[in-house]
Design a protein around this ligand. Sequence first.
Ligand code: DP6
Length: 325
Amino acid sequence: MKATAEAFANIALAKYWGKSDVALNLPAVPSLSLTLDPLRTQTRVEFDASLTHDELLLNDTRGAGRTLARVVHLLENVRKEAGFGTFARVESHNHFPTASGLASSASGFAALAIAARAAASLPFDRNKASALARQASASAARSVFGGFVVLAAGQHDEATLCAQPIFERTHWDLRVVVAVTTEGEKETGSTLGMEHSRTTSPYYEAWVANAPLYFERVLEGVRTRDLELAGEAMEESTFAMHACALAASPGILYFTPSTLAAYETVKSLRKNGVCAYATMDAGPHVKVFCDANDVDRVNHALLQTSGVLRTITASPGRGAELIQP
Ligand code: DP6
């Protein structure tokens, strides 16, 4: 009754921000992401009859609060489907900064969904694992798959909504250079940030109305491997999402001076003929999409930017898999 899985984080080119159904955790807008190697989480699940409650160790620290509650909820769903009541011990390791807008919840819950189903002897089924992961964290539904992945907007009571892989990782040999601007945790997690935006931002409706348009342009850019098309639409999706959060009451600002400095670097790279586009999530890091041939120039420029602590270069990654512990 134990299994270990590994999953990679993903970065959205067309952003998910806001829920159409909070209880089922359904996204209000469609999103499109790229799964990224080496932003990796490894998770081991063991159902053990001697336990009196579910236990979570996250990077060797005992998990509590909302993170533990989400893990327990996911395990409850697995126990229901498998038809038993045994509690589980979950151990998870992120090989990159946790909870600072680097999508660790995406890889974490994707790995947990795959490992928990296997530990419960449920058949390997990516769609079911993706729907299970989505209920914990919608972006995690995408990390179950490799390459370019879409998560549609959810209609009411669509409990089985899962992500769909649209292009394999070999479709486009892009690179994402992550400019890490802090090693600390973010102040407002994405779940809270998007709920606060939905309930208080006067720009929320405009965001929900426009997000599918950014999504369509990103999709076309990815389909045709047109970095300018995908990149421009990605930046617009990014800034529209952040504008929605900024206009909330009180406003949520994820950017720091380092974020803006890194974004300026990306703009000046473009002025100098390097095709590079940036995106930011619920944290201050800047993720730069570029051609594999331009990685050195992008890296060099970002590392010279004030406030950029280090960079991580990522490539299109595979979907979540079971591994030998
Ligand atoms: C800004 O998937 O973390 O990264 O479903 O509440 O867990 P919950 O939210 P989460 O939100 C990710 C938001 C984002 C954009 C994206 O990845 O699409």
